[in-house]
Write a protein that binds this ligand. Structure first.
Ligand SMILES: [Ca+2]
Length: 147
């Protein structure tokens, strides 16, 4: 994480603590902070962020956990946008063909057949012939973790 990014997260965290007089971070608290920063997360994203931040149900969020939550939220946002861009026909799932084009764009070279087949198998465990957004994100987050 860059220093600038860390500073930004610190600022958000400070705002969040100021907003949050009850000692419990709610989606409203988070929404208020995000609005101040000019961001407009959806209700669903806010809920996910609070759930992710307070996974133990303690009702409070420390800075480290808050950073992890924000980084995760940002990564997921980027992946969701990538998925939408890769989903050329906009049917909400990736076909093998769309996956191939996505890989060509990402790797800047033509992926071999085996790689695509492997990824289709991993991203489509039910054998529907398509990769869902949830599976795409799960797969991508796993590869990012391994880096
Ligand atoms: Ca598609």
């Amino acid at each position: 994480m860059s220093e600038a990014h860390k500073a930004e997260l610190k600022e958000i965290y400070a705002l969040l603590n100021k907003e949050n007089s009850s000692g419990v971070i709610t989606t409203e608290d988070l929404d208020a902070v995000m609005q101040q920063l000019g961001r407009r997360p959806s209700a669903e994203e806010l809920r996910d962020m609070v759930l992710a931040a307070d996974s133990e149900g303690s009702g409070s969020v420390d800075f480290q956990r808050f950073c992890r939550m924000m980084i995760r939220a940002e990564r997921e946002q980027i992946l969701r946008e990538s998925f939408q861009r890769f989903d050329l026909d906009g049917d909400g799932v990736l076909s093998a063909e769309e996956l191939q084009l996505a890989l060509e764009e990402t790797l800047e070279e033509e992926p071999d057949r085996a790689t695509i087949q492997e990824m289709m198998q991993e991203g489509d465990p039910e054998g529907t012939g398509f990769i869902s957004c949830a599976n795409f994100m799960r797969m991508a987050l796993k590869y990012q973790k391994d880096e």
